[in-house]
Ligand binder design. Structure first.
Ligand SMILES: Cc1cc2nc3c(=O)[nH]c(=O)nc-3n(C[C@H](O)[C@H](O)[C@H](O)COP(=O)(O)OP(=O)(O)OC[C@H]3O[C@@H](n4cnc5c(N)ncnc54)[C@H](O)[C@@H]3O)c2cc1C
Length: 441
């Protein structure tokens, strides 16, 4: 019978992590994906992941087929290319992976833990009974049959489509729609024969080429590179592919290069959903907007959220309380582990999206924000403009004092937002906390 303790919709990194964690706790776990088993892990991506995620989650680092190369840091270029910030260190070094093999490893991990996996199965909407999610309606993409899968707790890990979250009734009080302002529309190609030094992921800020986003060139082994562009979805106007072809692939380094793979996708680059659970249902990974809003890295947060959600779901099922209250601790755990930092960084993302190329060039040239600030911010979600060099920064911003003032405001807002998420409330206090959050934005 299709009746599970925990049902996970979506076998991406978030879903597989949730499913395997819960199965190891002894739960009967179902995992479904609309893709066929052999295709799990195929995803249009930059293929970069920071090494600290493996350390923190205590899972093996990429090796064998899933390993492509090592990355020692990130280079961030100013729009006029006159400045480059080289950011290196434990939080930004990591790996370039082969995404398909990486995803297959995660599926294998789930299957080896005893998860029951069904592929080619599309979740169409949640089953709602007495104010609880009790499983999902599914449709086979092979035979077309429709049926139901029931579960005590259902996890939506269906990625940016958020198949369950978007179909919840209003009385669940969960954010169903994500503003286009908070989504990055991306197009990327993997190209062979690219002349590029390995070792650093390159990020180019340029509001006229990548409005509200950036374009990237990430080196891969064997003279290959992953090159792409992400544009704020409400600013799209011109298709990201056109931007890639008109402005990026025209660089001499791409002359005579060949396409190995190509495609597009969306990334929810914003703060986390303000509530990650409701009666009988939880949200992980992209389905909960758990992506680093500055660089768009979402593989790590999807794994973190999958692990944490499954841990809380197991205990709630054991206690026989899968109400929103019973699942509430997941909010606290995730916000502490990553969400508060993510929320802080989101303030900086909005700031970056609103400034001009000229301001970006100026800020980087004058080192009003420095490499060390960027590294710290990426690790902690705070922009700490140090007091010791306050006078020096003021001197450097003498031509545009208003820019430094803006920057200080942003740093303050980042701190307040992060603190607000670290003070995540008890369920009874949530409406007030949510109202306060809206005043912070
Ligand atoms: C162009 C691009 C570049 C990126 N670059 C990077 C990067 O370099 N580093 C990084 O860390 N992150 C990157 N990301 C983000 C990262 O890929 C995601 O954040 C991450 O994959 C999220 O994992 P997930 O498990 O939440 O969702 P997904 O990996 O999207 O998995 C969701 C799964 O759900 C399945 N599914 C969807 N709908 C249904 C349904 N209705 N029924 C059943 N199954 C369903 C899908 O088939 C899929 O297998 C990038 C994203 C894009 C688009």
């Amino acid at each position: 019978m299709d009746q599970f303790d925990l049902l996970v919709v979506g076998a991406g990194t978030g879903g597989c992590m949730a499913a395997s964690t819960a199965a190891k706790e002894g739960l009967r776990v179902g995992l479904i994906d609309c893709k066929l088993e052999a295709k799990i892990g195929e995803k249009i991506c930059g293929d970069a992941i920071s090494g600290h995620h493996f350390e923190n989650l205590k899972i093996p680092v990429p090796k064998g087929e899933e390993y492509d190369s090592k990355i020692q840091g990130v280079k961030v270029y100013a729009p006029d290319l006159s400045e480059v910030f080289v950011v290196e260190g434990p939080g930004v070094s990591g790996y370039i992976i082969n995404r398909h093999s990486f995803g297959q490893r995660f599926l294998r991990m789930a299957l080896d833990s005893g998860v029951e996996f069904q592929d080619g199965l599309l979740a169409t909407e949640p089953i709602i009974e007495s104010g609880y999610v009790k499983g999902v309606f599914v449709k086979s993409l092979i035979g077309g049959q429709k049926r139901t899968l029931q579960a005590k707790v259902t996890i939506d890990a269906s990625g940016v489509v958020a198949a369950l979250r978007r179909n919840l009734p209003e009385e669940f009080h969960i954010e169903r729609e994500v503003s286009k302002k908070d989504i990055m529309a991306c197009y990327r190609e993997i190209r062979g024969n690219v002349e590029m030094k390995s070792g650093h992921c390159e990020i180019y800020l340029n509001q006229s080429v990548a409005r509200g986003g950036y374009f990237w060139i990430f080196p891969r082994s064997g003279s290959n590179a992953n090159v792409g562009v992400g544009i704020q979805a409400d600013k799209i106007g011109i298709h990201p592919k056109t931007q890639l072809y008109d402005h990026i692939l025209t660089k001499p380094m791409f002359k005579g290069t060949a396409i190995i793979s190509a495609g597009g996708g969306y990334v929810p680059t914003r703060g986390p959903l303000d509530c990650l659970a409701a009666n009988g249902v939880m949200f992980v990974g992209d389905a909960a907007c758990l992506v680093n809003p500055i660089h768009g890295g979402g593989i790590g947060p999807s794994m973190i959220s999958g692990r944490l959600a499954a841990g809380v779901a197991s205990e709630a099922i054991e206690r026989d309380d899968v109400s929103q209250k019973g699942l509430w601790r997941y909010n606290l755990d995730y916000m502490k582990a990553y969400g508060a930092k993510q929320a802080g960084l989101d303030v900086f993302r909005i700031f970056l999206q609103e400034i001009t190329n000229e301001e970006l060039n100026y800020g980087m040239r004058q080192r009003l924000v420095k490499e060390s600030d960027v590294l710290k911010a990426s690790l902690e979600g705070d922009l700490k403009l140090s007091v010791t060099d306050k006078a020096e920064r003021a001197f450097r911003s003498v031509r545009r004092p208003e820019f430094l003032i803006k920057l200080r405001d942003v740093a303050g807002k980042m701190r307040r937002t992060k603190r607000h998420f670290l003070n995540y409330p008890a369920p009874e206090e949530f409406p007030e906390w949510r109202a306060q959050l809206r005043t912070l934005h």
